[in-house]
Design a protein around this ligand. Structure first.
Ligand code: UD1
Ligand code: MG
Length: 451
């Protein structure tokens, strides 16, 4: 039976990035580039996939522990990299797709379409993913033959000024019969500007052997290569724009889409409204009808139906907001479970805590969850009223229906329906202030007359 395989090339040093982090581990939408490609391969019917690593191999392995790797040592070029993976495909029969780890925005449907182009009858022997661009510099140029097929790929550095005019560029992705690809690679030499074994040279060799090679064309923004931090930022922008459009297509209202930043796994239901300048870190899920107002930062949290967040709220990992709950300005939550209808509308820190249904957290409430060594929990029941400017010293339990007087520092459990107030007795001295002012003003006047 014929299988479908994939090889991702990720062994290069990424010299132009100028960073210690291996290139393929740089993040887009909070996700390593390599993971974006592995996601794109999911659903493309791939039965065997191998990632070729070399430079920074240990870091790449640690970041993606579940992946099958082969080590390319030393790194002698993209063609040499694919040959390194040959052993892993020794008993393999079928089509192979080769992807470059630094071309991270490739879509699953493109991978599937390329594989379809080289499978079945009337198919090409080899297809290479290309794109047209007004800035081809740095990319391999695709030279077409008289019959419209792909004749040759000429690397930027090896191209004549005339060839450099070609605007059809190589994305790096190609698909074809695995046996044929490995066989062609054996014939590839390294007499070129970089002294490397280029994968792209198999195109010319395939033509010489009577194989049919085609270009599979796609849009530039899907296949832009990431070789520098400026290109990484450009890829991030493309990713964000994709996500914003997807969200709006799915019924999410974005009042200023360009200022909302998504993570790779942000899940937002139809009917959610998001204001300007909102940033989603990884792991956010928002249910229908919720509103996220301007300037919020959310990460690792779940927002229930019709909840209201912000403006200016920060939700950190482990936070769950129940339906219709309200989290207002300058409220920070961490590992906090806020039940249905509860409110923390102004200036609060609620960490390692549970807040019961309908409870109201006053302005300036702080859960003192850290004793300098360990973290402790605060459990607040249903229908509780926490007065403003309250310090809740964890571990602490406050029962249902209790009231905490404003300005209290609560260091012991409070039972349900109790009032807890911890503050000095109020001293009220009638007329004291009036006499004070009189005395002060008279003294000042006497001093001025003397001067
Ligand atoms: C490559 C293509 C070029 C194409 C461009 C698209 C070749 C010779 N050139 O150029 O035609 O337009 O990508 O972005 O293929 N790698 C290895 N082992 C190696 C060398 C590279 O695994 O020995 C990996 C790198 O980690 C990278 C990918 O292969 O993920 C491409 O290598 P890179 O050096 O970025 O090639 P480009 O110069 O971008
Ligand atoms: Mg590259």
């Amino acid at each position: 039976m014929r299988e479908t395989g994939a090889i991702i090339l990720a062994a290069g040093m990424g010299t132009r990035m100028n960073t210690a982090l291996p290139k393929v581990l740089h993040l887009i939408g909070g996700h390593p580039m390599l993971r974006h490609l592995l996601d794109a391969l999911q659903g493309a019917g791939i039965s065997r996939q191998v990632v070729v690593i070399g430079w920074g191999a240990e870091a790449v392995k640690a970041a993606l522990p579940e992946v099958q790797f082969v080590l390319q040592e030393p790194q002698l070029g993209t063609g040499h990299a694919v040959l390194t993976a040959r052993q892993a495909f020794a008993d393999f029969e079928g089509e192979l797709v080769v992807l470059y780890g630094d071309v991270p925005l490739l879509r699953q449907r493109t991978v599937s379409a390329m594989l379809a182009a080289v499978s079945g009858e009337a198919s090409a022997d080899l297809t290479v993913l290309g794109f047209r661009t007004s800035a081809p510099s740095g990319y391999g140029r695709m030279k077409l033959g008289a019959d419209g097929g792909l004749e040759r790929i000429i690397e930027d550095r090896d191209a004549t000024p005339q060839e450099q005019e070609i605007d059809l560029c190589n994305s790096g992705a190609m698909a074809g019969d695995a046996g044929m690809i490995f066989e062609l690679l054996e014939a590839v030499g390294n007499t070129n500007a970089k002294g490397e074994y280029y994968l792209t040279d198999i195109v010319g060799l395939a033509g010489e052997r009577g194989k049919r090679v085609t270009v599979f064309e796609t849009q530039e923004d899907e296949v832009m290569g990431v070789n520098s931090l400026a290109e990484l930022a450009a890829a991030e922008a493309v990713f964000q724009s994709r996500r914003r459009n997807e969200a709006m297509d799915n019924g999410v209202t974005l009042s200023d889409p360009g200022s909302v930043y998504f993570a790779h796994d942000t899940r937002i239901a139809a009917g959610v409204t998001i204001g300007p300048n909102v940033v989603f870190g990884p792991g956010v899920k928002i249910e229908a009808g919720a509103r996220i107002e301007a300037f919020c930062h959310l990460e690792g949290c779940h927002i229930g139906k019709n909840a209201n967040i912000g403006p200016f709220a920060r939700l950190r990992p482990g936070t769950r907001i129940g339906a219709t709950a309200k989290i207002g300005n300058f409220v920070e939550l961490k590992k906090a479970v806020i039940h249905q209808g509860a409110k923390a509308n102004h200036l609060a820190y609620i960490g390692d805590a549970e807040v019961g249904e309908g409870t109201n957290i006053g302005a300036g409430t702080i859960t003192c969850n850290y004793d300098g060594v360990d973290k402790h929990r605060t459990e607040i029941g249903k229908g509780v009223l926490i007065g403003s400017n309250t310090a809740l010293i964890a571990p602490l339990k406050i029962g249902d229906g209790a009231i905490i007087g404003a300005g209290s520092t609560i260091s012991a459990d409070v039972e349900g329906d109790a009032l807890a107030v911890e503050r000095a007795e109020l001293r009220l001295m009638k007329g004291w202030a009036g006499k004070f002012w009189q005395r002060k003003r008279a003294a000042k006047k006497a001093k001025e007359t003397k001067d």
